[in-house]
Design a protein around this ligand. Sequence first.
Ligand SMILES: [Zn+2]
Length: 415
Amino acid sequence: MTKQASAANIRHWLETINTYNSTPGAGTTRVLFTKPEVEARQYVKDEMRKLGLAVKEDGIGNIFGILPGRRPELPPVWTGSHIDTVLHAGMFDGMSGVVAGLEAVRLIREAGAAFERSIVVVVYTSEEPTRFELGCLGSRALAGKLSLADACKLVDKEGRSLPEVLAELGYDLARFAEIPIRPGAVYGAVELHIDQTGVLERAGKTVGIVKTICAPTNFDIEVTGCQSHAGGTSMEERRDAYAASCEIGLALEKLARESDSEYTTATIGRVEVCPNAVNVIPGKVKFSIDIRDCDFDAKERLVAKLKAAIAVIEEKRGVQVSLTEYNNDQPMHCNTAMMAKIEAACHRRGISYQKVISGAFHDSMLVGEFAPVAMIFVPSKNGISHSAEEWTEFADIAAGTDVLMDTLLAMANEV
Ligand SMILES: [Zn+2]
């Protein structure tokens, strides 16, 4: 198809969604099932209907805007992303993928293009973990990895569980069991998303074709030493839980830097020191570890080396370290046939591209559990996201939408 996406349309939709915001003037905050988020959902559903899509919503609030193909009985092609945000976020992360889907189906309808499989624009519920501290709630449920029993354990800061919030908004909890999608029931899912690194901008490329979505492994660590007087305990005598934690942190950083995998990160983002006083040697330190990799085996090797390093630190410093693993996701490899379609669309349209790794996770990581997935990235200015400073040129989203539209049509006509 030769039609081109309209940057003005994309801008209009993004700026309108951005008005549903609980912190105007201080970035965008649109947390799951708060008033602005519910209103933004309604706006997107209304826009879907205006475009002639049939709108459905499942038991966790995933929204599906369906453009029926000539053979609606065939597994459909999906595209979409999320419209919830972190606190004080920008207006592009997630929303770009939803808006690109809307613009793509608008153009496909306008062109009167023939296609066999139905094309569905999906808004996944709560990709961000802002409210319930677990991300990808909607796509996780679609993948059959979030049952109603699991959902009951998700409680927000006000002590309200996810099912309680869903029921209050009128979602039928009896339908929760119908959410999971059987493998094979979706032909393929393509998500457009902002890059969130500076890679595409530095390379001067308009599109990133994602090869692999890195997946996190998370630990809670507790280091126990001996609490005692900062002046009264000599350097030889002390068993300092904080100094041991620092050494673990540096060992982790070194392992991640020296990893032979194409993309590895390791982060200690939360630390609690006890008793946290200037004149007391810390007796206990608790912290988080987040390790991400595009290679699951490399991640396992790094964790084994980290455990060995921790054993040495325990011995040397006379501390005890406990590690609790609470998450260990599999990286998602994008479908090569779908990547080839994206690449062909870039060639045909003369749009520059390069293949990239996604360090951040996305709904596609979980959608990949039941369908082949691919992702189209568009550049982020200075690589900044999850911030009011987040910026992507509307023209770049439009170019990514052209590629998305061609990819969706090619897939929808593959029977
Ligand atoms: Zn996102």
